[in-house]
Write a protein that binds this ligand. Structure first.
Ligand code: ATP
Ligand code: MG
Length: 559
């Protein structure tokens, strides 16, 4: 990783440095990244990963990868495996093995018995709907459950029967005994355990009761001796409850710190919505290059460096905000500009014939591989009488200030000669331009006397004689609405899907691209950065456009 100039501390690091100064945790810094394995990771998680692993690295501490797998119905090993792969790909490593909340099911169960014995938890026979009704509202206090005053012995017996499978799903729950009039609704005798006769991806059928996420998360942090339990703002209201558990259980207390989750324009980030897009076939899968998932970004051509840099630039805030997706694009552009080899490729081909160029003659011309990196050297590209240029680089009746090829305009063909328009040949029936004719000036190529002659436009091209064909997939934002998660009553977020978020085209590329391997990244000059798709092969090359070259962010920051 490159070294960055010293930045001022973010508020989380300020807290850590103060704790280190006062010796609150004996100068230990121990964080964790705690995903629920119920979906693939997205760019928001990447922010949390960079923050948790990055903070541990900065303070010579540790960061655990812990799966909060308390909900067997929605979880799967497929998600566990993808999460591990994505965290590693981002450049982070956890010490030893990954951890699981399910590793602590026995301890959590003992914690529950401890609360029962203390008179702080009770088995309740109300149905989930009834519990909801008894809860009251934000403005109205709740009502106590008629089962609230069962004796500790009776509760213990019932809870053990819950565990041993004597009751069907939903018949009973274990609840904390806190305060049904508490202004924080989460403190109104929350559910701790529910009966769920379901197979768990790790514990199989060992358990038929499962702890609620809220009864597991904070205690798992405590069991792992986490010092700074960093989470997103929606957990701020859960903090009093987590603290209540820790206090009543008389166990080690980590410190919870909340930060604002990442929101991106033109992007939905909720796992539930992303799953809907996958299951409904609106995208080709979790790794569709239009998805904000880490695997989608990877397939699109994003690099871990660019994502880490993005996380660094956006920093951490205490208030919710919305980040312009063009900042993410700016980060990948910057990274690829440094490392991507240049290629000539024409996406909407128009035939160009050079009238005064020798028939069936092929000339080898030097082209620069990467102007940002002199060590990348040069390569040979073929030049011949018949070429392809981009349709939009020619206009028969151009507006003012059109400096590309047009009647009366001279342009330079990149790395090669200056050409001059002579005429067009049209299809007799449709009137569509079939080919453009021109002449070239033989003295204008590099090494020739007039190589420095200036013209206003330079366009790219490929030779018809040996260019190769490939499929290019051009992407736009998946959603047309800036705040794509916001929908009005009675509407669905999928109504905001962009119908033209994917365009598939054939294109012609210089022959040196023939060996391109999945994952490799190129700049097609003037057309954007492209990454070879995993489904690409020698017989069918497929390129995903990562991002166009135009940097709208550069304009935004200048304005
Ligand atoms: P759900 O949609 O099920 O609530 P989640 O997005 O909260 O899921 P988790 O698996 O619980 O997903 O997330 C793991 C960690 O990543 C949590 O600590 C969570 O706070 C953090 N995280 C999730 N989304 C974002 C986001 N958009 N920005 C920053 N951190 C996030
Ligand atoms: Mg969550």
């Amino acid at each position: 990783m490159e070294t960055k100039p010293e930045k001022s501390l973010n508020f989380i690091h300020e807290i850590i440095e103060e704790d280190n100064r006062t010796g609150k945790y004996e100068k230990r810094v121990h964080t964790r990244f705690p995903p629920e394995p119920n979906g693939y990771l997205h760019i928001g998680h990447a922010k949390s990963i960079c923050l948790n692993f990055g903070t541990a690295a900065k303070y010579n501490g540790k960061c655990n990868l812990r799966f909060d797998d308390t909900n067997p119905v929605k979880e799967d090993v497929e998600y566990v495996d993808s999460i591990k792969e994505d965290v590693r790909w981002l450049g982070f490593n956890w010490e030893g093995k990954e951890l699981y909340a399910s590793d602590y099911f026995e301890t959590l169960y003992e914690y529950a018995e401890f609360l029962i014995k203390k008179g702080k938890a009770f088995v309740c026979d109300l149905s989930v709907e009834e519990i909801g009704k008894y809860r009251g509202t934000v403005t109205q206090p709740g009502k106590e459950s008629p089962y609230r005053n069962r004796s500790a012995d009776e509760n213990l017996e019932l809870f053990r029967k819950m565990r041993s499978g004597e009751f069907p799903d939903g018949e009973k729950v274990l609840r904390a005994k806190i305060d049904m009039t508490h202004p924080n609704m989460l403190m109104r005798d929350p559910i701790l355990y529910r009966i769920l006769h379901a197979e768990h991806h790790r514990t199989g059928s060992k358990w038929c009761i499962y702890p609620m996420y809220d009864f597991a998360h904070g205690q798992c942090d405590s069991i792992e001796s986490i010092t700074h339990s960093i989470c997103t703002l929606e957990f701020e209201v859960h903090r009093p409850l987590y603290n209540w558990f820790i206090k009543e259980l008389e166990i080690y207390a980590p410190q919870q710190i909340e930060f604002a989750r990442l929101n991106l324009t033109y992007t939905v980030m909720s796992k539930r919505k992303l799953l809907e897009l996958v299951q409904g076939g609106f995208v080709s899968g979790w790794d569709d290059p239009r998805m904000p998932t880490i695997c989608g970004l990877r397939r699109r051509g994003y690099t871990p460096e660019a994502i880490r840099n993005f996380a660094d630039i956006i920093g951490v805030a205490k208030r919710d905000n919305m980040i312009d997706v063009s900042l993410l694009e700016h980060c990948i552009r910057e990274d690829l500009n440094k490392q991507a080899s240049r290629k000539l490729a024409v996406i909407n081909p128009l035939k160009l014939v050079i009238e005064n160029y020798k028939e069936s003659f092929i000339e080898e011309i030097d082209a620069v591989n990467n102007p940002e990196n002199p060590e990348a050297g040069t390569r040979k590209i073929s030049f011949s009488k018949v070429l392809y240029i981009e349709q939009e680089d020619f206009m028969e009746n151009p507006p003012a200030k059109f400096f590309r090829l047009a009647p009366g305009n001279e342009v330079r063909l990149k790395y090669a000669y200056i050409i001059k328009f002579t005429g067009v040949i049209k299809d007799d029936t449709t009137g569509k331009i079939k080919e453009v004719r021109c002449t070239y000036d033989p003295d204008t190529r590099s090494g020739m006397p007039l190589s420095n002659r200036k013209v206003k436009g330079t366009i790219h091209w490929v030779a018809a004689c040996n260019s190769i064909e490939a499929e290019v997939r051009l992407y736009e934002q998946l959603f047309t609405k800036e705040k794509s998660e916001e929908v009005e009553e009675g509407h669905d977020f999928k109504e905001n899907l962009n119908p033209s978020s994917l365009q598939v085209k054939r294109c012609f590329i210089e022959p040196s691209a023939k060996q391109a391997k999945p994952g490799e990244k190129y700049q097609f000059e003037r057309m954007g950065y492209f990454c070879v798709d995993p489904d690409s092969s020698k017989d069918k090359l497929i390129f995903n456009r990562t991002v166009t070259l135009k940097d709208s962010w550069a304009k935004i920051t200048k304005a």
